[in-house]
Design a protein around this ligand. Sequence first.
Ligand code: PMV
Length: 315
Amino acid sequence: MDNNIIEGKAIGKIILIGEHSVVYGQPAIAIPFLKAQIKASITKSTSKTKLDAYSFNGLLTDASSNLLGLTTVIKKVLEDFNQTPFGFDIKIESSIPAERGMGSSAAVSAATVRALYKFFNVALDNQKLTDLVNFSEKIYHGNPSGIDTAIVVNEKPLYYIKNQALLEFDYHLDAFLIVTDTGEKGNTKLAVTNVKSFIDNNVSLGNQIIKDLGNLTEQAQKVILKNNAKSLGDIMNQAQNLLSQLGVSNTMIDNLNKVAIENNALGSKLTGGGLGGCIISLCKSKKDAELISRKLLANGAKGTWIMDMRKEKRD
Ligand code: PMV
């Protein structure tokens, strides 16, 4: 690392099961996604702070509205330190595209806050980082459950329930997980809003679906702990069906899930907010995962990552 560059890093996350219902107090299971790496670099300058992030490159104060969560948290940290946005530049580099349900917004904020604290030489603990990342997530998503922040800050698999103490969830699953980028941007804020409208307009059915998703997450925890990948696949398919009823799936997600299942995946579902973004497909072997990955790419997917779910092989 160049001595004049201060770096903060963060990883992304994958929700195995429980997205959306987690907003309503049900449990969810999420794991760190190490292939998603975000780096925030800060360099000294002699003028007003510039931000280079995704497709924006200009003055921090001119940043586009889709970066509002990030720019607001930067301003908050500077206010806490009695500093002005002057004398340094911030550059964000990401190995994953934004808005794909991999927790990139929380990861970008976490990496940037880490870099700012290092730059101003102030100690940062996990609670402070959690508060700051949740603050920026609220601006992005309106009503986040906090699951993205929890994984991005703690970098551990979690059985997560909103507003409860974090429960680490270690596992060994003889299986492989394909994470597939549908190529379409997700929209977590809209998806969360749509789910709320669905529940408001269909009170009994909506609440039942949320409860059923919670039950599926509890079952998923049990079968994962028994290393039963086949049952987890079935549970993932059931969760996809319920998420689809809530209106957060779309044609591309449905098509790619179908391709995965037709090619021997044990189960396949959207991950994260939905309405685009990524799907995850569980497979018995690496060979199956590679074949399914090729088929998904041939059917319009924009990228795939294969994760080994065995404890000693996870990367
Ligand atoms: O789309 P992502 O990666 O931000 O995941 C959102 C998960 C939701 O359950 C839909 C929302 C939340 O805050 O938990």
